[in-house]
Design a protein around this ligand. Structure first.
Ligand SMILES: NC(=O)c1ccc[n+]([C@@H]2O[C@H](COP(=O)([O-])OP(=O)(O)OC[C@H]3O[C@@H](n4cnc5c(N)ncnc54)[C@H](O)[C@@H]3O)[C@@H](O)[C@H]2O)c1
Length: 250
């Protein structure tokens, strides 16, 4: 018997990286998980529903399918997201709309579709995957940071709106995490090794966060053990937001 036995969970963007690690972590602790992703082709062993979170009708259908597969829904993990690089000078309006549509409105669509099911649950929770980019100014991430800043505010507003319905809403703010996404960024860098070293040096722990570490934090916020916790942002960032270290003297 595990603490998450029977918890019915939908993880968006659950086919890769943090979302996949979350699905595996929750399953290992007894939860029943359905993955929603725009590409579910690599997930033969997993219960999946296919949808792009930028398509409202597809999200409504996929959330409905997931709730049918699970006979209800207790937890929604809003994890699907995409990156964007550059200053405000670098992305045109279409790119701003595209990224905000996935990273912010995508969470709204999935939450809206899930609310009816969550209201019927005794352990309802939504966990949004935000980012250190919401709470610290990072260079060349204007659009991505704006999208995650919106996720942070959305989390607080949703927590207030739904607390009296018994639905807790929280988010995690990971630092740079070792996922296929970051792998792609490193591969595209002029000097991938130097880029990785720079990202590692930015975190006081001196290393990237693992997807499993983010998954464990998401699982905590999703679990009945966190039943008095709503409207918070849990940093999983190797100390990047809160600590100010002196340079190494060795
Ligand atoms: N990796 C990091 O350093 C990091 C740090 C902080 C926050 N995050 C956040 O974590 C989340 C997951 O990132 P990751 O690093 O695991 O990325 P990833 O690229 O490894 O996985 C993202 C998953 O989301 C899916 N997805 C993307 N757009 C989608 C859409 N429109 N509809 C449905 N599915 C979609 C992808 O198919 C993929 O399976 C994102 O919200 C990201 O902003 C990542």
């Amino acid at each position: 018997m595990s603490d998450l036995d029977g918890l019915r969970v939908l993880v968006t963007g659950g086919a890769s990286g943090i979302g996949l690690a979350t699905a595996l972590h929750l399953e290992a602790r007894g939860a029943r998980v359905v993955v929603l992703d725009r590409d579910v082709s690599g997930q033969p062993d997993r219960a999946c529903v296919q949808a792009d979170v930028s398509d409202a009708a597809a999200v409504d259908r996929a959330v409905g399918e997931a709730a049918e597969l699970l006979s209800g829904l207790d937890v929604l993990v809003n994890n699907a997201g995409i990156g964007a690089q550059g200053t405000v000078a670098d992305n045109d309006d279409a790119e701003w709309h595209r990224v905000l549509d996935v990273n912010v409105v995508g969470m709204v669509r999935a939450s809206r579709a899930a609310l009816g099911h969550l209201r019927a649950s005794d352990h309802a929770a939504i966990v949004n995957v935000c980012s250190i980019a919401a709470t610290a100014g990072l260079p060349n991430r204007a659009l991505y940071s704006a999208s995650k800043g919106a996720v942070l505010s959305l989390t607080l507003a949703m927590a207030a709106d739904h607390v009296r319905e018994g639905i807790r809403v929280n988010c995690v703010t990971p630092g740079t995490a070792d996922t296929p996404w970051v792998g792609r960024l490193l591969d595209a860098a002029a000097d991938p090794q130097a880029e990785r070293a720079a990202l590692e040096a930015r975190q006081p722990t001196g290393r990237l966060v693992s997807a499993d570490e983010v998954a464990a934090a998401i699982a905590y916020l999703a679990s009945p053990a966190a039943s008095a916790t709503t409207g918070i942002a849990l940093a999983v960032d190797g100390g990047m937001q809160g600590l100010r270290l002196r340079p190494r003297e060795d």
